[in-house]
Design a protein around this ligand. Structure first.
Ligand code: KG4
Ligand code: ZN
Length: 339
C-alpha cells in the first residue's frame, strides 16, 4: 500500500494530490483558466510562471489536507510528458527536488496514463482489459488498456483534438474560452438536426473510412463555412444554439461510433471515459444509449477526475511503485510522447 504525493503541471492547472493506491487523501487543483481567458487560450509562458508561484503552496496544502508529513509519503511523482515543456518543468523539478531532499523514490508519469488511471479512482474494482476513450483539449485517443504499463493506442485524431474543436468553434461563434461547456449549454436550447455537418471520417484509399481514427479540423471548417453562409444570406442574428447543437451532435456521433466499434472489435466489455470532453451531455447520452444497445458498460468518472488533476497521476504512480517501478532523476520533459 503505497502513498504517493503527485504533481501535475502539464497545462494550465497547478495540481498536487496525495493518493494511497486508489484512494484520494487530498487533491488540490489551482486553475489558471481565468488568467488565460483574456487571451482566448492558454499562453505557455504565463502558465509556467503561474505554476511557479502556486506550486509550493499547493504541495503544503495537499500534505495538510491528507493529514500527513513527509514521513507518511512513500514516493513522489510528477507528470513528465506530454504537455507544455515550461509548465511540465516546474512540476517535474519540484518532484525531483523533494525526492532528493526527503530521500524518496521518484516516479515520472505519462499524462495520458494518468487519465487512464482516473477511472480507477472512481471505480477501484475496475480491472483491465478495458477501452479508454480519452477526449480532452489536447487528445482524442482510443486506448486498449491491457495492464499497468501495457497500453495500445488504437485510434487517434489526425488533427484537432475533440476539446480543441469545441474551443475553436466557440471562438468562431464569438463565445469565450473554454468553449466546450458554453457550447454544451447553448446546445440544450438548439436543434441538433438543424444543420447537417460532417462526422470527421478519414477516408481510406480502397473506400470506406478508418474505423477508429478521426479528424475534427474538417468539421471546424464546415462550421466556419456555415457561419459565413448564414451571415451572407441573412441579416438575422446567427442561430447560435442550433449551430452549437448540430456541431456537438456531430462530435458525439463521431466519438460514439468509433468507441463502440473499437470495443466490439477487440472484445472489450467496458469503455472508461476521460478528459474534459467527458463532461459533454450529448456525448454521455449517445454513448450510454449505444452501450445499452450493445450490452457494454460505460464508466464516466466524476468530472473532477476527468479534467486535469494530480490524483490520477498519483494513482498511476502508486500502481508502478507497488510493482517496484521508479524513474531516474535524469528523466526529462517532452512536449510530445507516445504512450
Ligand atoms: O481534460 P481537460 O480539462 O484539459 C486538457 O487536458 O486538455 O479538457 C479541457 C477541454 C477543453 O477543450 C474544454 O472546452 C473541454 O475539455 N470541455 C468540454 C466540456 N467541458 C470541458 N467539451 C465539451 N463539452 C463540455 N461540457
Ligand atoms: Zn489532460
Amino acid at each position: 500500500m503505497d502513498t504517493v504525493l503527485a504533481i501535475e503541471t502539464s497545462c494550465d492547472e497547478t495540481a498536487v494530490a496525495v493518493v494511497k493506491n486508489r484512494q484520494v487523501l487530498s487533491s488540490i487543483v489551482a486553475s489558471q483558466i481565468s488568467i488565460h481567458q483574456q487571451y482566448g487560450g492558454v499562453v505557455p509562458e504565463v502558465a509556467s510562471r503561474k505554476h511557479l508561484e502556486t506550486i509550493n503552496l499547493a504541495i503544503a496544502q495537499a500534505l495538510d489536507e491528507a493529514n500527513l508529513d513527509w514521513s507518511g509519503i512513500d514516493g513522489i511523482a510528477a507528470t513528465c510528458a506530454p504537455g507544455l515543456v515550461g509548465a511540465l518543468l516546474v512540476g517535474l523539478t519540484a518532484a525531483k527536488t523533494l525526492a532528493i531532499v526527503h530521500q524518496k523514490p521518484f516516479i515520472g508519469v505519462h499524462h495520458l496514463e494518468g487519465h487512464i488511471y482516473a477511472s480507477y479512482l472512481s471505480d477501484p474494482e475496475l480491472k483491465p482489459p478495458f477501452l479508454c476513450l480519452l477526449v480532452s483539449g489536447g487528445h482524442t485517443s482510443l486506448i486498449y488498456v491491457k495492464d499497468c504499463g501495457e497500453y495500445q493506442t488504437l485510434g487517434e485524431t489526425r488533427d484537432d483534438a475533440a476539446g480543441e474543436a469545441f474551443d475553436k468553434v466557440a471562438r468562431l461563434l464569438n463565445l469565450s474560452y473554454p468553449g466546450g461547456p458554453i457550447i454544451d449549454k447553448l446546445a440544450q436550447q438548439g436543434n441538433p438536426l438543424a444543420f447537417p455537418l460532417p462526422e470527421g471520417n478519414i477516408s481510406l484509399p480502397g473506400g470506406g473510412y478508418h474505423p477508429y481514427d478521426s479528424s475534427f479540423s474538417g468539421l471546424k471548417t464546415a462550421v466556419l463555412r456555415l457561419v459565413q453562409k448564414l451571415q451572407q444570406d441573412s441579416s438575422q442574428p446567427l442561430p447560435v444554439n442550433d449551430i452549437a447543437a448540430s456541431f456537438q451532435a456531430s462530435v458525439a456521433r463521431s466519438l460514439t461510433k468509433r468507441a463502440i466499434a473499437c470495443a466490439l472489435d477487440y472484445g472489450l466489455n467496458t469503455i472508461a471515459i476521460g478528459g474534459g470532453v467527458a463532461a459533454n451531455s450529448e456525448l454521455r447520452k449517445q454513448l450510454q444509449q449505444a452501450a445499452i444497445k450493445h450490452n457494454l458498460q460505460v464508466l464516466f468518472p466524476p468530472l473532477k477526475f476527468c479534467t486535469d488533476n494530480a490524483a490520477m497521476i498519483g494513482c498511476a504512480a502508486a500502481e508502478h511503485l507497488n510493482r517496484g517501478h521508479t524513474s531516474p532523476l535524469t528523466l526529462g520533459t517532452q512536449s510530445r510522447l507516445a504512450l
